[in-house]
Design a protein around this ligand. Structure first.
Ligand SMILES: Nc1nc2c(c(=O)[nH]1)N[C@H]1C(S)=C(S)[C@@H](COP(=O)(O)O)O[C@H]1N2
Ligand SMILES: [Mo]
Length: 386
């Protein structure tokens, strides 16, 4: 390699490694919990490096010798193609653009990252194993004199191997993640459920069949703790603090609260969304009517039965008509992995406001900063207005 390319190569490699590591830190469930304090910094570092990579990529493509596509050396084109795919899906995540549900940009981005990881490992291995030949073929690209295009046949085989590797890696990761469950067979198969709630909530009109036609896109099961399994005998719901009539409710009593059905979208701040979810639950404004809020109670604190996760809204925000404590999703009890038996949804805000395994609401005079809010995410989590 010429020394100029050596430097460019080293800088590029460093950026890719930083992206893979920060991306892994962002997406690994174990680390999501233990290093949650740094989550927002990992995210910022990841996005910043991503933008720098886009700039370097443009630079490299502009300086790349024309014949690079004809030499049969797939390293450069493959690096460009994979980086391009990562950059496009990454930008879509940052700017909240997606394909409207059928394909999740988030899973494409991750699929891509696995492909990059494997391609990178293969590249490193091949350089170590056939180091000399490798540098020879690099000189074919970079050197001005011997631009020796390889035969079409050789090039075809190279590309076939590259494509095979990409498809193979994708299938293996899909298999390892085990998200091949058929969508049509219902939530119980698609998402794990360890709750034992009796009786089950009876869906109202509109929930079955779901008026939204069933959710589009897939939920990433996000949790900073173990998933708690709830039992109707021990499950309890409480609303306390600055209210006229504090309440403690059993599961049966909770099921007696009037419910309504709505269709809404779900947006995680990390960029993935789920659309047209038909939710049935109890609106917070209805609950506040029952307990009677005191005038100096201006904020609500929501606590999960996991004992760790909290979030908060102002009373004004919580009274928005689409803020609800959900018991049914698309006509089925919301599974424990998605926050059942009762989870909060705040459709107009990012989903970190949507406390899963919700069991306690406190009405407070002063704002409360929740789990992610104390770790750098905005307390006012509006998806669009700002
Ligand atoms: N108890 C609890 N609630 C939680 C979280 C959590 O870690 N614990 N994560 C939040 C975040 S960041 C998101 S995106 C959504 C994810 O919901 P899902 O797992 O149903 O997709 O739940 C929110 N509510
Ligand atoms: Mo999230």
């Amino acid at each position: 390699m010429q020394s100029k390319w050596k430097i460019i190569h080293a800088i590029y490699a460093l950026q890719v490694v930083v992206l893979l590591i920060s991306g892994w830190l962002l997406s690994s469930p174990a680390i999501r919990e233990s290093l949650s304090k740094f989550h927002v910094y990992f995210r910022e570092a990841h996005i910043a490096t991503g933008f720098i990579l886009v700039i370097s990529m443009i630079g490299i493509v502009c300086r790349m010798p024309r014949n690079v596509w004809k030499t049969g050396n797939i390293n450069y084109p493959l690096a460009v193609i994979l980086s391009f795919a990562m950059a496009v899906t990454g930008m879509m995540l940052v700017f909240g653009i997606d394909f409207g549900g059928e394909i999740s940009v988030h899973s494409l981005h991750r699929y891509n990252a696995w492909t990059v990881t494997v391609a990178l490992l293969l590249h490193v291995a091949s350089v170590y194993l056939v180091g000399r030949q490798e540098s020879l073929s690099e000189s074919q690209i970079v050197g001005k004199n011997d631009m020796m295009p390889v035969t079409n046949r050789r090039m075809f085989i190279n590309w076939l191997i590259a494509l095979g590797a990409i498809v193979g890696v994708g299938s293996i990761t899909k298999f390892l993640q085990g998200d091949d469950a058929p969508k049509s067979e219902g939530m119980a198969i698609q998402y794990k459920d360890c709750n034992k709630m009796q009786p089950l909530p009876v869906p109202s009109l509109g929930s079955i069949p779901p008026i939204g036609g069933g959710h589009k896109g897939e939920f990433e099961v996000f949790t900073v703790t173990e998933i708690p399994c709830s039992h109707s005998e021990t499950w309890q719901f409480a609303i306390s603090g600055l209210v006229e009539r504090p309440l403690e409710m059993t599961w049966k009593q909770f099921l007696n609260l009037p419910r309504k059905v709505q269709v809404s979208n779900f947006h995680c701040v990390t960029g993935w969304s789920v659309y047209d979810v038909t939710y049935e639950g109890v609106s917070i404004s209805a609950l506040l009517e029952v307990v009677g809020g005191k005038p100096d109670g201006r904020f609500l604190k929501f606590t999960s039965s996991d004992g760790v996760y909290t979030s908060a809204l102002s009373v004004e925000q919580a009274k928005m008509s689409d803020v609800m404590m959900v018991v049914l999703m698309d006509g089925e009890p919301i599974p424990s992995s998605l926050g059942g038996p009762v989870r909060l949804i705040v459709p107009q805000m990012y989903a970190y406001k949507g406390v899963k395994w919700l069991t306690t609401i406190e009405v407070l005079e002063n704002p409360h900063m929740g789990f992610w809010e104390t770790r750098g995410y905005e307390n006012d989590a509006w998806v669009s207005k700002k």
